[in-house]
Design a protein around this ligand. Structure first.
Ligand SMILES: Cc1cc2nc3c(=O)[nH]c(=O)nc-3n(C[C@H](O)[C@H](O)[C@H](O)COP(=O)(O)OP(=O)(O)OC[C@H]3O[C@@H](n4cnc5c(N)ncnc54)[C@H](O)[C@@H]3O)c2cc1C
Length: 553
């Protein structure tokens, strides 16, 4: 494989910060489009063969996601009036730090947004106290790029009854249905609902020289040693490197973007793998460090021209953070399900996707069935049983052996409204090991978000009951304090006073700064944002290439 090395003093056509879901797509598209690309990635470059079935390492010792204790702390508060407290395990935001980013350890549920997601504000009207807004683009504009994700990244599935229009079928058939999927279908049918095969960013058959899923079960929270999970690491980075124009620079943490006298970004300053300060000159920069780290970098990059942070004349950098709501209900069944094998999810329900004014609140979502904590038996032993189960002794052991094989989880994934008060900012008191202000999360769900979660949890229990569960229990719905979804913090829009990037992901203030990752989203969708993040990245790349070719950057 060709591995170009670019000198830090020579301006690269593009420096991309972050190699995750969005950064991987942009690296591949820009490098194969004929541009020289340097990707700065703070995490290590692991290969498929490096991943292990090691629950202790990945789930408990956070080998892929770690780095916050001491090194990179995070603080949390509910409102701007509270003092943020340092939060250790679990941290407020869980994301992976390695080449491929969080696409390496994610579940791979790959739902497209629907038409309504892009224009709900117009359809439903304003919601007081929120920044609820339409997107500047619509589903039709993004559809070709969703199809690109299907066919270039690799998505398995079959069209569902509520799906928006698609220009091409899935490239791969759905993964085999599991017990939880069969039971979800059974419950749904009894209630007049429509369960359908889950679109998954996991290969059901050989595809583009990659092997299909071996159904080992070490999927959510783990890297895939088959390369069957369609992470940026497996699907995009090899193509970017094969172009001969892309250098992946792992263990390099960007901490500041410098601008020149004209206010354009001129270089990215970073710590290399030995902790030395370096600066990569750039003709243009693409920020794809995720919905927390991207605004952090911008807020940290102050100058006389950008006193409130880079490209932050709107004051919206870091604002409108959206998490997506999440609920869990559990059912115990008569026969063994052995659901811990294979991918997490094989069937989903979108009957409650749209917001329905009759419910009395804004919001909707999707439902899926999965083994949940069974996929990590040590976690199951700690938290998999109902709350009133004993925590030691022979009854605990009996219940563990009974519930581990015979229970399943039904999750609700819901909307979060964009609130200006929910944000990522720099903590004024807590610093990381290198002296950078820690990431501070301020987050309180809107009452409608809470109502949507309660609603979806009740529907999940109805389904479990209809499916024949002998016992049903739940995780109480509580205000969100942690998340794996970091959305909306550099939102896209036509109005420079209300948004950070324009419809082409160019920052309103700095012409050679593009931002494309979870931070670009205007609304949260119904969970599973990554299909949309990658479709946006394919679309952004097309526009950025066109701008560059026309000399408009
Ligand atoms: C356990 C888990 C399961 C999930 N399951 C699903 C799912 O089923 N479906 C779904 O849609 N989504 C899922 N997600 C969410 C999904 O992983 C994210 O939405 C997605 O990866 C975000 O893409 P991104 O490009 O914004 O950021 P990321 O993929 O997080 O990539 C950002 C990259 O930037 C790097 N970086 C950050 N700061 C710097 C810096 N200063 N210098 C250099 N590099 C930097 C990071 O190390 C990382 O590699 C899951 C997440 C988790 C944690």
């Amino acid at each position: 494989m060709l591995e170009p090395r670019f000198a830090t003093g020579d301006p690269a056509d593009f420096v991309i910060i972050g190699s995750g879901a969005a950064g991987g797509v942009l690296a591949k598209e820009l490098a194969t489009g004929g541009f020289d690309v340097v990707v700065l990635e703070q995490g290590p470059y692991l290969r498929a063969g490096d991943f292990r079935h090691d629950e202790l390492a990945y789930i408990f010792n956070q080998e892929l996601t770690g780095g916050w204790e001491g090194k990179s702390p995070q603080t949390f508060r509910k409102t701007g009036k509270d003092k943020a407290a340092l939060k250790d395990l679990p941290p407020p935001a869980i994301y992976a730090r390695l080449v491929g980013g969080s696409s390496v350890h994610f579940t791979g549920n790959y739902w497209r947004f629907h038409d309504v997601d892009f224009k709900e504000r117009s359809l439903l009207g304003p919601i007081a106290g929120t920044g609820f807004a339409d997107w500047p683009i619509d589903y039709a504009e993004l559809e070709p790029y969703y199809t690109k994700v299907d066919w270039e990244v690799g998505v398995s599935g079959a069209a569902g009854p509520f799906d928006p229009r698609r220009s091409r079928p899935y490239p791969l058939p759905p993964l085999p249905v599991k017990s939880s999927g069969v039971l979800l279908e059974r419950g749904a049918k009894k209630l007049g609902l429509h369960a359908f095969p889950a679109p998954m960013a996991v290969l059901s058959e050989p595809f583009n020289g990659r092997a299909p899923c071996a159904h080992c079960g070490y999927c959510m929270g783990f890297g895939c040693e088959m390369g069957a999970k369609s992470s940026s690491l497996a699907a995009m980075i090899p193509l970017a490197e094969a172009s001969g124009r892309c250098e992946i620079r792992p263990e390099c943490t960007a901490f500041r973007l410098d601008t020149d006298a004209k206010g354009r970004v001129s270089r990215v300053v970073y710590w290399d793998e030995k902790g030395r300060e370096q600066a990569q000159q750039a003709r243009a920069v693409v920020l794809s460090a995720n919905g927390a780290e991207t605004p952090r970098l911008m807020l940290a990059s102050t100058s006389s021209r950008h006193p409130d942070g880079l490209a932050n004349s709107s004051g919206k950098v870091g604002k409108y953070l959206m998490y997506n709501g999440w609920t869990a209900a559990y059912g115990l069944f008569e026969h063994p399900l052995n659901d811990y094998k294979s991918v997490q999810v094989t069937r989903i329900i979108h009957d409650f996707y749209d917001s329905d004014p009759k419910r009395g609140f804004y919001g909707g979502g999707g439902i899926d069935a999965r083994p949940g904590l069974q996929a990590t038996p040590m976690f199951f032993a700690l938290a998999g049983l109902p709350r009133d189960a004993p925590r030691w002794g022979s009854e605990y052991k009996r219940m563990l052996s009974e519930y581990f094989t015979r229970s399943m989880e039904v999750n609700g994934h819901t909307t979060s409204l964009p609130l200006e008060s929910n944000s990522v900012s720099l903590d004024p008191d807590v610093k990381d090991l290198r002296g950078r202000p820690a990431l501070r999360f301020t987050y309180k769900d809107h009452p409608d978000d809470m109502a949507a979660m309660h609603f979806m949890q009740e529907r999940s229990k109805d389904i479990l009951e209809a499916a024949g569960a002998q016992r049903i229990w739940d995780l109480p719905v509580e205000e969100s304090t942690i998340t794996a979804h970091l959305l909306g913090t550099c939102r896209m829009g036509d109005d420079p006073a209300e948004s950070v990037v324009d419809r082409y992901h160019r920052s309103h203030d700095v012409p050679n700064l593009f931002i494309c990752d979870g931070s670009s989203l205007v609304t949260s969708g119904r969970g599973q944002p990554t299909m949309t993040i990658q479709a946006l990245a394919f679309r952004a790349a097309d526009h950025i290439k066109a701008f560059a070719k026309r000399g408009e950057i």
